[in-house]
Write a protein that binds this ligand. Structure first.
Ligand SMILES: C[S@@+](CC[C@H](N)C(=O)[O-])C[C@H]1O[C@@H](n2cnc3c(N)ncnc32)[C@H](O)[C@@H]1O
Ligand code: SF4
Length: 455
């Protein structure tokens, strides 16, 4: 049983580490020409992972932390497709498109806000450039169950999409009203049935805990209902409340948000409930069936974390296409423009819509490895690390190990010469455990309004 008081005291702002360094370190010191050179110098034997950002939604869910463009205007969407195609044309001049694609993801916003025909048009444009998809490529799409019909699902399925994730968030009506996302159970069920009818290999759902009016009791009901849908994977996200960054979050009355202690009860219950119903926890916020390939990857120490969550497909260069998309190379991150105006202007100038990024120093790469291992596998194989970087771990990270002593003393973590291993309860504080390895943390610690809270 968790010692909740102990946990609550660790509730503090911290990154979610979908990247290291985090996006806060991306800057315009990384220039367009440098980015193009990096793209052109990529090792052609490395496979590709493609991300397409399809940012549109009609109405705002108040909790939404994604990069969304709210619109009901058809011409805006038609125009976006035109620009995406032009971005692909420019990209093809700098990237060897014959490289093998092992992963492709459509994220949003709501990709299925585009009609079946429009989705087909986007996919055809991609396939005309990137023709070497691996047989077992993981091709996935985020879907809002309120915006999916059979024609769209048919297009996705016939185009090779094999994974879909559906946003549920919460089934409780009061919670749904408070976050401006009313979505009856039947709608979600019908959408998931459709995905199965079209043979999607992995049909997944997203839930969020920490939303207004949620209590342990309401979330128990949400989980029971979600379980009846038998998703292959559950993502159960901790609500990242950052109203200083996202205007729509200001519509949420903060006094209705569950307190850290309640959230921990919810998370603990979620773990107990899902593990007693045939799921196992993966990484920080995912659950999957034991036969899921993610677990084989964990056993081999090959689970990876990227912007879309956890994956078995590591070792690829990530190329992000579309507004705000992030790309990742061996030693760099890059991000596209965030405003449509700048995004379009760049493409009009026949340039990729690159805005900023970061090139990783050796120290960044070392810390990135440690942080990503902890976030994905909840452990670090110190001997493997030392072999990889020719560094003595305990010397290099003497400060971090010292900082981690509080977690060791509380049995949340064990550290010896060979391994760092989180205890089962320590996994709930993995962001806190990763933070001492973050060289930029001290700078940001001064500014509380940077990250969401870890608990
Ligand atoms: C782009 S959305 C998914 C697709 C679709 N737009 C939908 O909402 O169904 C990706 C997921 O991010 C999660 N999410 C969005 N905002 C969040 C926040 N502030 N904190 C935690 N998770 C969040 C939600 O679970 C959501 O389903
Ligand atoms: S949660 Fe999904 S549907 Fe809601 S605003 Fe965000 S991207 Fe759009």
């Amino acid at each position: 049983m968790l010692d909740f008081e102990k946990f609550v005291k660790y509730s503090k702002p911290g990154p979610r580490y979908t990247s290291y360094p985090t996006a806060l370190e991306f800057s315009d010191a990384y220039k367009y020409e440098d980015y193009i050179k990096k793209l052109e110098d990529q090792d052609p034997s490395r496979p590709l992972s493609l991300y397409f950002h399809l940012p549109f939604c009609r109405n705002a869910c108040y909790f939404c932390g994604c990069n969304v463009v709210f619109t009901s205007k058809e011409d805006k969407m038609v125009r976006y497709i035109k620009y995406l195609k032009r971005e692909l044309e420019i990209l093809a001049k700098h990237v060897d498109c014959s490289r093998e694609v092992i992963q492709m993801h459509f994220g949003g916003g709501t990709p299925t806000f585009f009609s079946a025909q429009q989705l087909q048009e986007i996919i055809d444009a991609i396939r005309s450039k990137f023709q070497n998809f691996a047989q077992d490529a993981e091709i996935s799409c985020e879907i809002d169950p309120r915006h999916i019909d059979e024609d769209q699902m048919r297009v996705l399925s016939s185009s090779g999409f094999n994974r879909v994730s559906f946003g549920i968030q919460d089934f409780n009506e009061k919670v749904q009203v408070a976050v401006h996302r009313v979505q009856p159970y039947e709608i979600t069920k019908n959408a998931m049935d459709l995905a199965r009818k079209y043979n999607m290999i992995s049909v997944n759902t997203d839930l969020i805990y920490g939303l207004p009016y949620q209590t342990l009791e309401t979330f128990k009901e949400t989980l029971s209902l979600a379980l009846t849908l038998q998703p292959d994977r559950f993502a159960v996200f901790n609500y990242a409340h950052v109203p200083w960054l996202k205007k729509t979050m200001r519509k949420i009355d903060e006094t209705t948000l569950p307190l850290p202690e309640e959230k921990l009860h919810i998370m603990q219950y979620t773990i107990d409930f899902l593990t007693s119903h045939g799921y196992k926890m993966v990484g920080m916020d995912h659950f999957a069936k034991p036969e899921d390939e993610l677990f084989k990857a964990i056993d081999k120490g090959e689970l990876h974390r990227n912007f879309q969550g956890y994956t078995t497909k590591g070792g690829a260069d990530l190329i992000g296409v579309g507004l705000t998309s992030i790309g990742e190379g061996v030693d760099s991150y890059n991000q596209n423009f965030k405003t449509m105006q700048e995004y379009e202007a760049s493409i009009d100038n026949k340039k990729l819509p690159f805005e900023r990024g970061v090139v990783l120093s050796k120290d960044d790469q070392i810390r990135q490895y440690v942080i990503m291992e902890l976030m994905s596998n909840f452990k670090l194989d110190i001997k493997r690390f030392e072999k990889l970087f020719s560094i003595k771990f305990h010397e290099y990270f003497a400060d971090a190990v010292e900082e981690l002593k509080v977690f060791v003393d509380e049995d949340l973590l064990s550290i010896n010469d060979e391994f760092i291993v989180c205890s089962e309860t320590g996994t709930l504080l993995i962001r806190n455990i990763a933070m001492p390895f973050d060289a930029y943390m001290k700078r940001h610690a001064l500014n509380k309004k940077t990250f969401s809270k870890t608990v």
